[in-house]
Design a binder for this molecule. Structure first.
Ligand code: OXD
Ligand code: MN
Length: 608
């Protein structure tokens, strides 16, 4: 018996563990050969022990408790700072099932590659077994998973981002469908070899097997590459489960909005990464009498409830928010949320032991240690925090968390918003004429490239439903699935309204036309007054627009020309955009649903 085999049994599976989990863990251990196995129970004591261990090993720095109680800073390897989309693979049986927007690999071939990579990949390390629930424990809308990982940073993060531990494990029974997620940083340690604070591997594979509901991730410990409950499970694998079971797994925030008359609405909104979803989810309205509360900031699972209405849960338990740009003025609620009990990754460290990033305050401190551990001053000419630096914090710490955010039946969705980051063409707000038109608006979202994924910042990219990197199957089939959900909603009698928004339109001098942030409440007001039947709208080739005095602009410093520019429709530019959409649709080899193609024809005919 090898040493690895002898030590593997040092932490027996807990009594409540289902044999299917125990056998699977054993199989993975046989391949990855960890020195130890630890079954995580999800207790505060366990979290604390992990945090102490990571402080001792240099992975975490404890922040000054006077400023930021029980909080930590992690600095990643400079080559492991974001999701790696070109290393993200969907291994469905055929390339057509993955579709042209995903990287497909033949499953057998990928399994052989992964077998080689994972062989002995946890040597010298501990393998942690993390059972977790996505969604409230025991909710009919929740799903269970188990991730194994050799990264204690991932365990601590999953402890914040999911309902993790024994209670989730005990829900796995004979007939439970649960998602298997294997993660290794891919940095085995030889006997006596010193570890580094952020082990990872230059070779990275973020791999999904939709049919068997499995995830295998190798080489990275950062964010969505490694916290497999988030993008890999709750979006890529869940979107496939949702297609098969008749619901939707979407890259959407959820908010509860109360109007001055006391009517409550719930809104789900899809925006591409780093377009301010967390800011909108925690928005403080500037208009009197309106209240916004937070249900979720990144992912929504939506399905038809017993009442035939569209209901949604936030499957996550925490926020993994982008730090830069999150500030006292842009998102005071987030700042209040992260007062303590927070893991910060790749932000800068202040001399007083607190954290800082660009946009937190209007002026930078004179001296910082930057995200790479180097001395920094405002004269350094480079950002102190990495543009994709993050905070990881429990959702329950958010002062605006909604009282129904853990409702096991989900919240009723009254409106759906699709947004992109567009400097030109797309008006501030448009209402879809019907569900089919709404699906077209979702299918044609485009945005400028951001820092959340690796790639060239600034390039315009198509991001249908803000799901481009997250849909686990053919994107055109996703649109067909949305259409079928719409048909079922229509039969049951209540179809949420769909809107498109664009906070990011610029004037000729390149300046944003719309103030954004809390002022976006004015757009929410218009949309929800539409839902409530209180305001009129006017037809345009793009859909329904506010009438001339429809949008509440009281107290805003916007002149008539600027408002006109926010809603201007440049017919020629839209004809060009329609041509580009036709080309985009052509990449799906005839799979784009008829009803979506028809919307493009309608747009063209309305443009004249
Ligand atoms: C995220 C993303 O981290 O969308 O939420 O990239
Ligand atoms: Mn996201």
């Amino acid at each position: 018996m090898s040493l690895a085999e002898m030590t593997r049994t040092d932490s027996p599976a807990p009594d409540g563990a289902h044999p299917s989990v125990v056998e699977w863990v054993d199989d993975i251990a046989r391949v990855t050969e960890p020195d130890h196995i630890v079954w995580c129970n999800g207790s505060p004591a366990e979290w604390d022990a992990l945090a102490r261990q990571m402080v001792a090993s240099g992975t975490l720095t404890r922040l000054n408790a006077d400023h930021r109680p029980y909080s930590f800073l992690a600095r990643s390897d400079p080559n492991d700072v974001a999701r790696v989309e070109e290393r993200t693979f969907i291994c469905s049986a055929t390339p057509e099932e993955a579709g042209p927007t995903n990287n497909w690999r033949e499953p057998g071939e990928m399994r052989a590659t992964l077998g080689r990579l994972f062989h002995g990949s946890m040597r010298g390390r501990t393998m942690y077994v993390i059972p977790f629930s996505m969604g409230p424990l025991g909710s009919p809308l929740s799903k269970l998973g188990v991730q194994v990982t050799d990264s204690p940073y991932v365990v601590a993060s999953m402890g914040i981002m999911t309902r993790m531990g024994t209670a989730a494990l005990e829900l796995i029974g004979d007939r439970t469908q649960w998602v298997r997620a294997v993660h290794s940083v891919g940095a085995p340690l030889e006997a006596g070899q010193d570890d580094v604070p952020w082990p990872c591997n230059e070779t990275k594979y973020i791999t999904h097997f939709p049919e068997s509901r499995e995830i295998w991730s190798f080489g990275s410990a950062y964010g969505g590459n490694a916290l497999l409950a988030k993008k890999a499970f709750a979006l890529r694998i869940a979107s496939v489960i949702a297609r098969d079971e008749g619901w939707l797994a979407e890259h959407m925030l959820i908010i509860k909005v109360t109007n001055p008359r006391g009517r409550v609405f719930h809104v789900a909104a899809a925006f591409p990464s780093a377009c301010g979803k967390t800011n909108l989810a925690m928005m403080q309205p500037t208009i009197p009498g309106w209240k916004v509360e937070t249900v979720g900031d990144d992912i929504a699972w939506l399905g038809l409830g017993d009442d035939g209405r569209l209901r949604a849960i936030n499957p996550e338990a925490g926020f993994f928010g982008v730090a830069p740009g999150t500030g006292i003025s842009s998102n005071p609620t987030a700042i209040d949320t992260i007062w303590g009990n927070t893991i910060f990754t790749n932000v800068a460290l202040r001399d007083d032991g607190d954290v800082w990033w660009e946009g937190l305050t209007s002026t930078a401190p004179d001296h910082l240690i930057d995200w790479e551990g180097k001395h920094w001053s405002p004269a350094s000419g480079r950002p102190a925090a990495h543009p994709n630096s993050r905070f990881t914090v429990a959702a329950r710490q958010c002062p605006t968390i909604s009282d129904d955010w853990e409702d096991p039946q989900g919240v009723v969705i009254d409106a759906i918003i699709f947004g992109g980051r567009r400097a030109t063409n797309v008006p501030l707000v448009v209402e879809a004429r019907d569900w089919e038109h709404g699906v077209y608006l979702g299918a044609t979202i485009s945005s400028e490239q951001t820092a959340a994924a690796e790639g060239t910042v600034g390039e315009l990219r198509r991001d249908p439903f803000a799901m481009l990197p997250f849909c686990g199957y053919n994107m055109a089939d996703h649109w067909a699935h949305w259409l079928s959900v719409g048909q079922r909603l229509r039969k049951s009698g209540t179809v949420p309204r769909i809107f498109q928004v664009n906070w990011f339109r610029k004037d000729q001098d390149g300046k944003f036309l719309w103030p954004g942030f809390g002022e976006n409440s004015r757009v929410l007001e218009w949309m929800l007054e539409r839902v409530d039947g209180q305001v009129a709208a006017k037809e345009s080739p793009l859909g329904l627009l506010p009438t001339d005095d429809g949008l509440n602009l009281d107290g805003l410093d916007l002149n008539g020309a600027q408002v006109a520019e926010l809603f201007a429709i440049d017919t020629e530019a839209w004809k060009t955009e329609a041509d580009a959409t036709e080309q985009f649709f052509a990449t799906f080899d005839g799979r784009v649903p008829e009803a979506v193609q028809k919307q493009l024809a309608v747009l063209r005919s309305k443009l004249g």
